[in-house]
Design a protein. Structure first.
Length: 63
């Protein structure tokens, strides 16, 4: 069984259709060796520039 996580329900429905996960359950699709589910809201976000390099903690046009 393989798990596919989509960003939203409509994307999950499209993926499920393509891979043959035809059985709609409560919060996921299942079939053909796959479970396709989805999330709602932002799961990741960009880190602030200073996380990568301390010199970017204060923005300067020279950088």
């Amino acid at each position: 069984m393989k798990l596919v996580i989509a960003e939203k329900p409509s994307v999950a429905a499209s993926i499920a259709k393509v891979i043959g996960a035809k059985n709609r359950k409560n919060g996921y699709y299942e079939g053909n060796g796959y479970i396709v589910s989805w999330c709602v809201g932002h799961l990741v976000q960009m880190a602030n520039p200073d996380v990568y390099d301390e010199r970017y903690k204060k923005w300067r046009i020279e950088d």
